[in-house]
Write a protein that binds this ligand. Structure first.
Ligand code: MEV
Length: 760
């Protein structure tokens, strides 16, 4: 097993700036990780300043103890970005910690032990300060090493446990700040106007102290004090901004803080300010998640998949996946399995199981009724995918030729522009209860007012159906009501399903709540079932492609951009085209849904219902030209998928597919599906808008015909080229050509020259 050591990113809860003057800071580790592992030819050693400094410090330390240091490691920081844009999650501190941890672990030390961590912190802090010019507090490095949540004061680290009543959220506020320039500006303000500087700093210090006190409250009554502390901190930052003349609380941050305040959620920038990350505090998860949609609508995504706190330094079982596998398509299936094992860090024997893994008859017989056998489809791996800086190999199960090749090819183009940017809504599904008037005298509006009066009680009732889900952080979040007709209304219960697709648990909620709704309203419950319009659980993906990457097939890059934009507009204006456009997207989406044992009918229903959500059936993905001439695509895809329950774990191939994906959360799986859909769409539009779809399809069709005719190994490629050249892609013709191909060549005659004259 390759040694791999990782360290988490961080988010400042409070104490920015004031920590440099000796005030306490509260910092939590977030679950994106810098990973240091053995360098190879494909993954060379990292060479940034922080890696260099960390390597030099730890080498010196080990040599002092008579241990020869190992070679510098490769370092990966996938997950610290939204697309190619870096988020302020402390990647350089995490890198310093991971590199130091890697060397210590190679020296035989346990990086989870308190003594080794103390040593790691000293080394990583020194290296990080050296690389950064020495103006940080070191709280970020301490969090990367220790993980969890810490109180950090005067370089002393105290682990703390956040109270159970507190929920955290993170919002992307756009362009990141150059932290060091803000710190410099604040330092020069201290010289220029010490009185105002001190006033601002005093507010920040008092806010941090009050925040710490609020955390000691045993119940959610502490939230009011915490909110007051966060508000004081924002006022302190504004005062600092005025005296330092740098935009610490940007318009975006101010907007987010205000929007959150209206929902009684406290918010402040996390880190130096100037954009980037905003941290949210609420007395329950639902309060934060309910802001996802309003925040997204004004352009500030809630990063609901970013969770805290996370573990500190640790040795990992797998190195991060590499998805750029040149020449993968040329390998045999057995060779590809080996390549996937190497690229994902999974044991080769586990991948080899794919050669024979299938649903056995007994399991199939338990899954559905009247079983007479099982049904097989090809499983393939799409390469080149990179989502938020993280490489991922995408398992796809599909019967249509060209889908996997096209998705891999488009993912490579998107990679040229920095890869996919993705984020997810909270995993909310909708339980519906239809209410029918029957003989009731109550008017529908009065009935729904009654439901809203009982909202808290109904949410608690829904939660009582799934205590384990609530224990895992999920549960009922909101009740929504609508009058549908004079004699009909609907009550939707929105439930956070965590990593489950949720159909069963939602149906249970619907049936349970319906009984109480009848008692409350006097109206009769009709249907009680989930909604397959999972519009509150979407995966949002976007991509940017440089025009030169798109050039080819006789067209310049800008021409291809213009043609794809025109193709997108065609789908936006014409539902007949939109249906085909979306079919191409679902080629990619469904292949991943199927490979991972998820419910593709649910995905299809949801996607097409969403495509018509504004009353007009339109394209799921749209494409435009960016100001810099790049092609920009984006899509929001309802992602009612899970990674627990159903066939996801019961089907041996689906289980393996999830392992290849790195055992993702349901949210990340949704992002992978959306990325596969957007890539498929790009590939189709590029082909359609240039040379047409048939040429590419024909060569893939020719391969299938060559195999049917009996070609094996390298013959497949040779024969399919011959078939395309002769323009007659038929099995009979392929058999004849195969015979010629197998006839021993006479000197001076190539296989191509052995084709019949009319084939040329
Ligand atoms: C074929 O499976 C999918 C396409 O028709 C999609 C499209 O037209 O965009 C090529």
């Amino acid at each position: 097993m390759t040694l791999s050591v990782s360290a988490p990113g961080k988010a400042f809860l409070i104490g920015e700036y004031a920590v440099l003057e000796g005030a306490p800071a509260y910092v939590t580790a977030v679950d994106v990780r810098a990973v240091a592992h053995e360098a190879t030819a494909e993954r060379p050693a990292a060479s940034s300043a922080v890696v260099h400094c960390a390597h030099a410090r730890v080498a010196q330390f080990l040599e002092g103890r008579g241990v020869a240091p190992s070679e510098p490691p490769a370092v990966e920081t996938g997950g610290f970005t939204l697309g190619p844009r870096k988020l302020g999650l402390g990647s350089s501190a995490a890198v310093a910690a991971a590199v130091v941890g890697y060397h210590l672990a190679r020296g035989g030390l346990d990086v989870t032990s308190p003594e080794v961590r103390a040593q790691a912190l000293a080394l990583a802090h020194a290296a990080h300060s050296e690389a950064q010019g020495g103006n940080g507090s070191g709280a970020d490095v301490a969090t990367a090493v220790h993980g969890g949540t810490i109180r950090f004061v005067d370089r002393k680290v105290e682990p703390i446990t956040l109270p159970g009543w507190l929920s955290l959220g993170f919002v992307d506020a756009g362009a990141p700040a150059a932290t060091s320039s803000f710190v410099h500006a604040v330092k020069s303000a201290q010289q220029r106007d010490p009185t105002r500087w001190r006033e601002a700093m005093t507010m920040l210090r008092e806010a941090a102290v009050a925040f710490g006190e609020a955390l000691t409250h045993a119940d959610r009554g502490g939230f009011a004090a915490l909110r007051g502390a966060v508000e004081l901190h924002v006022r302190g930052l504004r005062a600092l901004q005025d005296v330092a003349g740098v935009p610490i609380v940007t318009d975006a941050i101010a907007g987010i803080v205000e929007l959150c305040a209206r929902a009684e959620v406290a918010a402040k920038p996390s880190g130096a300010g100037g954009g980037d990350l905003v941290v949210l505090f609420a007395p329950d998860r639902g309060a934060i998640d309910r802001l996802a949609e309003p925040l997204r609508q004004v352009g500030w995504p809630l990063l609901s998949e970013l969770r805290a706190p996370s573990e500190g330094l640790r040795a990992d079982e797998r190195v991060p996946t590499v998805s750029r596998l040149a020449g993968f398509f040329k390998l045999s299936p057995a060779e590809r399995r080996r390549a996937v094992a190497e690229a994902t860090g999974l044991p080769p024997a586990r991948l080899d199981e794919l050669a024979s893994a299938r649903l056995d008859e007994a399991a199939a017989n338990h899954m559905i009724e009247n079983v007479v056998g099982t049904f097989e489809l090809p499983l393939a791996i799409a390469t080149n995918f990179r989502i938020n800086g993280r490489d991922v190999l995408v398992p796809m199960c599909v019967e249509e030729a060209s889908v996997v090749a096209a998705a891999s090819n488009a993912a490579k183009m998107i990679r040229d522009g920095g890869g996919f940017a993705a984020h997810s809504d909270p995993p909310w599904m909708i339980a519906q209860v239809q209410l029918c008037r029957g003989s009731s005298e109550h008017e529908p509006t009065a009935v729904l007012a009654k439901v809203r009066e009982h909202e808290a009680e109904l949410l608690a009732l829904a939660d009582s159906a799934h205590p384990r889900l609530v224990g895992r952080g999920g549960g009922a979040r909101a009740i929504e009501t609508r009058v549908l007709a004079d004699d009909m209304a609907v009550v939707n219960v929105l439930v956070d399903c965590q990593d489950a697709m949720g159909a069963n648990l939602i149906n249970t909620v619907a049936e349970l709540v319906a009984v109480r709704l009848e008692a409350i309203t006097g109206w009769q419950p009709g249907l009680r079932i989930l909604s397959n319009l999972a519009d509150r659980r979407r995966a949002h993906v976007s991509a940017r492609i440089p025009p030169e990457t798109l050039a080819g097939k006789g067209f310049s890059g800008p021409e291809v951009v213009a043609r794809i934009v025109s193709a997108s507009r065609f789908a936006e204006l014409d539902p007949y085209r939109a249906a085909t456009h979306n079919k191409g997207i679902m080629n990619g989406v469904d292949a991943v849904v199927l490979a991972t044992g998820n419910d593709w009918r649910a995905m299809e229903a949801s996607a097409h219902a969403w495509a018509a959500h504004d009353g007009h059936y339109g394209p799921l993905a749209i494409w435009r030209e960016g100001a810099d001439g790049y092609l920009e695509g984006r899509m929001s895809l309802p992602a009612a998928v899970g990674v627990v329950g159903g066939a996801t774990q019961a089907h041996p191939v689906a289980k393996l597919a999830l392992e290849i994906l790195g055992n993702p959360t349901a949210a990340f799986l949704g992002q992978v599906m959306a990325a596969a859909g957007l890539a498929s769409n790009l590939a189709a539009l590029r082909a359609l808008a240039t040379e047409g779809i048939q040429r590419g399809h024909m060569s893939l069709h020719a391969r299938a015909v060559a195999v049917t005719a009996g070609a094996t190994g390298t013959e497949v490629e040779q024969l399919s080229t011959m078939l395309v050249e002769c323009g007659e892609i038929k099995v009979e013709r392929a058999r004849a050509l195969l015979q010629t191909l197998r006839t021993p060549a006479q000197p001076g005659r190539s296989p191509a020259s052995r084709t019949t004259p009319e084939a040329k």
